[in-house]
Design a protein around this ligand. Structure first.
Ligand SMILES: Cc1cc2nc3c(=O)[nH]c(=O)nc-3n(C[C@H](O)[C@H](O)[C@H](O)COP(=O)(O)OP(=O)(O)OC[C@H]3O[C@@H](n4cnc5c(N)ncnc54)[C@H](O)[C@@H]3O)c2cc1C
Ligand SMILES: NC(=O)c1ccc[n+]([C@@H]2O[C@H](COP(=O)([O-])OP(=O)(O)OC[C@H]3O[C@@H](n4cnc5c(N)ncnc54)[C@H](O)[C@@H]3O)[C@@H](O)[C@H]2O)c1
Ligand code: SF4
Ligand code: FES
Length: 809
């Protein structure tokens, strides 16, 4: 049977995805011809923002190579536009005079940037942001000019502005409305976004309408309707898009805002279909890929004669691809008299969540600063789940602890929860593909399921699913992993550059090493601060504001915004005097909870932030660092002094170890235990460093973990004296400090580098001595942080003044 002739106008994301679906369903059914106005094969338009921001190159975003078209016997005409369709003769005519006949025709012409019809809009230096050419225009301009103006503070304008900043330009964003991204964010979230982007270096000119672009041949500035002006050498219009419908309209196909289609993507003319941003379905024209890909699936099935559900429209969720900004929005964002909403605003951590509820169902989501629950909430919105039986907390937070992403989160996800919003791929589909097709990398998952192939935001979650499904077999961990989204450099590269270039501050590291976001983010700032301190030993002045919140405050923030205070009790030993002080403070400040901790200390829970310095002063005890990436506790048993089985002085050694290593910055928290006999009452076997007394000496265990990743410690050495214990632990600790990734526990580090390797490395006495010298030098720099806060007014004002705490409305 001869193949049907399928012609497609437009070689973009929605059209080519439709062809991919057709090739899956009926590879032999059509002889396919594609016309593309641009001179490239199909590329990932979404990633133009990342190209502009310098994270990737044009070559990297090609989705279907020239070979792909050849392999699938697709005739491709690039740099050639279709100018007319003869619907009677069933032919298309190109701007080069080429005439091609079709049996079935797909129109997938996408959209163009809307260019404001104002005087001067045709001057040199004015561009939209839609294709590779626009991207190249901006990159070239940045090399010759300094000042850029972006008109439009929507998704596109802000991503363009971030890119231009990365290219070294000064950027003004001119926005018509009082709020940025007003279609996706309410005023609160919008304000948080504006603050963040201002901190990144963008300048906003709000509620301004551009009247004219001024300059001779090339733009030199903008004039607004109120008569004010600004200078600009480059103007980017990002004020929305318009569907490319002229060819269809002129050929007699029914066009409204877009080419009008039914639920099977058929236009008003038989055998002609439309898909993507050029199509209007049930009065809606979509501008994000997720719905366009859904349309493509239905169209492919329709063309291949495969039974399919109709396309009934889509609900879309959006994020912004600017590093340091984490936001998600879907559905309605403003309340009306028929809606109620749950709002949480934690100003301290920069987190805002708003869930709009209409008729007991989620009808809108705005998340800023923490989007880990976006897919769960989005699923509830799409499925119209009844939430009347849920508490506001259970709607807002998944699982028990609302902890960081990772295997726990993946385990608690339902199989039908969508991981890749762009491509509509669920966790279950990814897990099944990994298991049945033996996939081991994010790219392989993408090739097999399409997940991660569009905006790329879901890639880290796909990596988590691979790790969860494959465990040790997951190869991704072996590959170079960038420190965070702000840089392409790995931990080792950053550390090497700091040493080689003699960089001495967080800011300098980010400037010199070309961070894509000048201020860094919550992932890289604490890490870089740690690496600098580790490298420069006593010479480095700690950047407190780069630390994680609990370390910055020297207290652990609790779920209600109050803090816990846990004073040092060396080796878990206390005195009547200290107990009295704790009791008096508990009474004076009406402390809601006084509790023994797992580390043999006493915690006071529920202290208000503004009371912290006074509580510390009244206690007159040192900080127990229960919040720090440092030595937490040394748990000891009573040992030989009291216990009849004890062979060694466990309390004495424990106290000595704690006094020596307290306050030392380490990649992650470190816990120790010392027992005086193998009965091991101090549970030293599940500590980072565990010491167990035996007849005539001590056994040293390392890399134990009693937390999430339960792990028994490995026996590292048996020694005779406590001096040997301290020397060996010091060397081990310093080697861990110098080579582990920030936030890598000793257990993970040892598994990564190998216990035998560490044993071999530390076998050399000179090496141990040198490590201990560097460690001792570093230990010189630490001050007691609570006394500092008591003594220094500026610290009190900066960190402990009364401000708003998270509110659940
Ligand atoms: C910078 C940027 C960032 C974006 N980020 C996101 C994002 O994060 N998430 C998201 O979901 N979406 C994003 N989008 C939107 C997404 O890229 C589009 O929704 C998607 O590309 C639309 O696909 P399409 O095939 O309909 O149109 P297009 O991809 O625009 O393809 C249409 C093609 O048809 C060609 N064409 C037009 N007329 C003719 C003709 N007469 N003859 C021949 N060829 C013709 C055009 O030149 C074009 O190549 C972004 C868009 C941009 C510009
Ligand atoms: N991360 C993403 O998902 C992403 C990124 C980029 C682009 N896109 C898509 O690309 C398309 C284009 O994006 P967009 O941001 O241009 O469209 P948009 O319509 O979402 O936003 C345009 C913005 O420009 C403002 N505006 C309109 N007229 C103005 C004027 N005269 N002066 C100043 N401001 C004015 C509007 O208030 C609006 O906020 C959209 O479909 C969008 O969804 C998506
Ligand atoms: S570990 Fe041994 S010495 Fe220590 S308390 Fe227990 S039994 Fe006694
Ligand atoms: S969410 Fe965009 S590629 Fe997966």
């Amino acid at each position: 049977m001869s193949k049907k002739k399928l012609v497609m106008i437009g070689n973009g994301m929605a059209g080519v995805r439709t062809v991919e679906e057709i090739l899956k369903l009926a590879p032999e059914a059509f002889q396919i011809t594609i016309f593309g106005h641009e001179s490239h094969p199909n590329y990932n338009r979404i990633q133009l923002s990342t190209v502009l921001q310098g994270d990737t190159t044009v070559e990297d975003i090609i989705m279907n190579s020239w070979e792909w078209y050849k392999e699938n016997e697709i005739e491709l005409f690039t740099g050639e536009a279709i100018v007319a369709i003869d619907t009677n003769k069933k032919e298309v005519i190109s701007d080069k005079g080429r005439i091609v006949a079709y049996d079935e025709l797909i129109i997938a012409t996408g959209s163009s940037s809307f260019i404001l019809p104002i005087p001067g809009a045709d001057k040199q230096g004015v561009t939209g942001f839609r294709d590779i050419q626009d991207c190249e225009t901006m990159i070239k301009s940045s090399k010759l000019y300094k000042k850029a103006a972006v008109i439009g503070g929507g998704l596109l304008g802000l991503e363009a502005a971030r890119g231009l900043l990365n290219l070294g330009m000064e950027v003004d964003v001119i926005h018509l409305m009082p709020d940025l991204m007003e279609r996706q964010l309410d005023s609160t979230a919008s304000k948080m976004l504006k603050d963040e982007l201002e901190a990144q270096g963008m300048n906003f000119i709000m509620e301004k309408q551009t009247a004219e672009i001024i300059g001779e041949d090339r733009v030199t500035g903008l004039r607004f309707t109120d008569g004010t002006e600004i200078e600009a050498d480059l103007v980017v219009m990002a004020v929305g898009i318009r569907s490319n419908t002229s060819v269809a309209k002129e050929s007699g196909i029914y066009v409204n805002r877009g080419i009008v289609v039914n639920d099977f993507m058929e236009t008003s003319v038989p055998n002609i279909f439309a898909v993507g941003e050029c199509a209007e379905h049930r009065e809606l024209v979509y501008g994000l890929v997720a719905p366009l890909y859904e349309q493509g699936k239905v169209l492919a099935a329709t063309l291949c004669g495969v039974e399919t559900k109709p396309y009934e429209g889509s609900i879309v969720g959006t994020g912004l691809k600017v590093s340091g900004v984490d936001l998600f929005s879907a559905g309605e964002i403003e309340d009306d008299k028929h809606t109620k909403s749950i709002k949480v605003h934690n100003e301290f951590d920069g987190v805002y969540k708003k869930i709009v509820i209409r008729d007991n169902r989620i009808s809108g989501i705005v998340l800023y600063g923490d989007t880990k629950d976006s897919s769960r909430l989005f699923k509830m919105l799409v499925n119209k789940e009844d939430v009347s039986g849920m508490t506001s907390v259970s709607i807002l937070e998944s699982g028990c602890c609302g902890g960081a992403a990772g295997s726990n989160d993946i385990a608690s996800m339902a199989d039908d929860e969508i991981v890749c919003g762009c491509n509509g791929v669920s966790k279950g589909t990814i897990v099944q593909a990994i298991q049945t097709k033996e996939l081991t990398s994010v790219d392989e998952v993408g090739a097999c399921t399409n997940a991660g192939r569009s905006c790329g935001r879901c890639k880290s979650q796909i990596a988590d699913i691979l790790a969860y499904t494959l465990g040790d077999k997951f190869k991704e961990a072996d590959k170079k992993i960038a420190l965070c989204g702000c840089t392409t450099l790995s931990r080792d590269e950053v550390v090497a550059e700091i040493k080689e270039k003699g960089l001495t501050s967080v800011k300098e590291v980010m400037n010199v090493l070309g961070w894509q976001q000048e201020e860094g983010c919550t992932k890289c700032r604490p890490a870089v601060n740690y690496y600098l301190g580790m490298i420069h030993q006593d010479q480095y002045k700690d950047d407190r504001d780069s630390r994680l919140v609990n370390e910055k405050m020297h207290a652990n923030i609790q779920k209600d915004g109050t803090y816990s205070v846990i004073p040092r009790m060396y080796g878990g030993v206390t005195s009547a005097e200290d107990l009295k002080k704790i009791a008096e403070v508990a009474e004076k400040y009406d402390v809601p909870l006084v509790k023994l901790t797992g580390g043999q200390r006493i915690g006071l829970y529920g202290i208000k932030k503004e009371d912290l310095p006074a509580v510390w002063e009244d206690l007159g005890m040192d900080s127990g660092y229960a919040y720090g990436k440092t030595l937490r506790t040394v748990k000891t048993c009573v040992g030989a002094k009291f216990c009849r089985y004890g062979t060694q002085d466990s309390m004495g050694l424990g106290i000595e170890l704690e006094k020596k290593f307290e306050r030392l910055d380490t990649p992650h928290k470190v816990k120790m235990g010392v027992s005086a006999c193998p009965r091991n009452c101090a549970e030293a076997g599940i500590k980072d460093f565990g010491v167990v007394g035996i007849d005539g000496g001590w056994e040293i265990y390392v890399a134990g973990n009693g937390g999430t990743d339960l792990r028994a410690g490995d026996l590292f050495a048996t020694v005779k004296t406590k001096e040997e214990v301290i020397e060996l632990i010091g060397a081990f600790m310093q080697y861990y400090r110098e080579t582990a990734n920030y936030l890598e526990r000793t257990s993970k580090w040892v598994e990564r580098v190998g216990l035998d390797h560490v044993k071999e490395f530390l076998a050399d006495e000179k090496t141990r001595k040198a490590l201990n010298e560097r460690l001792d030098k570093t230990l010189l720099k630490y001050n007691e942080p609570w006394s500092e806060a008591i003594e220094k007014k500026e610290i009190q004002e900066k960190y402990y003044q009364k401000r708003e705490v998270p509110v659940l409305v």
